[in-house]
Ligand binder design. Structure first.
Ligand code: 13P
Length: 254
């Protein structure tokens, strides 16, 4: 953590809680966050729950995010959802380039960059996910892989003037219970910040870089304690209000 950057904890609900349970969970989180004033909190439910969760969060300090968007604002793209549509639902954030989309839906660095740019066009703030697979780490390719993923979104990061967020999520740490060590996390976060700094020192100082991958209440403080970690993108633990709130509390006291 660095005093220049306010911690951010985002919950990625993935394909869970698309119905009535979404409102109950959002309400529980919103009630808990009311007593936390030094951390930003974002909830990213499935598309089907966005509007209902937006209504639930109205008047609370928790912001709404989506998990994906199409790079075009409208058109004949059956089954897709655009940035302006997400904004209309009350979203302020959108996750872009999550590894599940890169690996299961073939999203390339170029498509991820187009989506992140489309998010800004719609006045949404992108949370751009990057990270290496286990094979890439084992073969010693972690830093070049992540550098290439970041390279694609540098123009967007510059345009966002420190408002967009990067999330480093090693693929092998997602949903596995094997989170990266603080040394592994700090090494990649420092590299990402250095890469942004070559563009602008000011931008690097203000851009928040989250860690994601098996973040739980009991390891959050240690991970967020790394100098270049500014919060967490939380999957499984964000489906449990008590765990998620414990992570948010850890972020604001770290
Ligand atoms: P887990 O916290 O379940 O490992 O998921 C991380 C993630 O993919 C958040 O986007």
């Amino acid at each position: 953590m660095n005093a220049q950057r306010r911690p951010l904890i985002a919950g990625n609900w993935k394909m869970f809680n698309g119905g009535p349970r979404a409102c109950d969970l959002a309400a529980e989180v919103a009630a808990g966050v009311a007593s936390l004033d030094r951390v930003d909190v974002v909830l990213c439910p499935p598309f089907t729950a966005l509007a209902a969760v937006a209504a639930e969060l109205d008047g609370h300090r928790v912001e709404l995010g989506a998990q994906n968007l199409h790079p075009r604002a409208s058109g004949a793209f059956t089954g897709e959802v655009s940035g302006p549509m997400l904004a209309e639902c009350g979203a302020r954030w959108v996750i872009v380039g999550h590894s599940e989309r890169r690996h299961q839906f073939g999203e390339t660095d170029e498509l991820v960059a187009a989506k992140a740019s489309a998010a800004l066009d719609a006045r949404l703030l992108p949370i751009v996910c990057v990270g290496e697979t286990l094979a890439e780490r084992t073969e010693g390719h972690t830093l070049p892989v992540v550098r290439h993923q970041i390279e694609a979104v540098l123009p967007m990061l510059e345009r966002a003037r420190g408002q967009a967020v990067v999330a480093y999520e090693p693929v092998w740490a997602i949903g596995t219970g094997h989170n990266a060590t603080t040394e592994q996390v700090q090494e990649v976060h420092a590299m990402i910040r250095g890469q942004i700094a070559r563009l602008s020192a000011e931008l690097a100082l203000h851009t928040r870089i989250l860690y994601g991958g098996s973040v739980k209440a009991d390891n959050a403080a240690t991970l967020i304690g790394c100098p270049d970690v500014d919060g967490a993108l939380v999957g499984g633990a964000s489906l449990d209000a008590r765990q998620f709130l414990a992570i948010a509390r850890a972020a604001q006291t770290t």
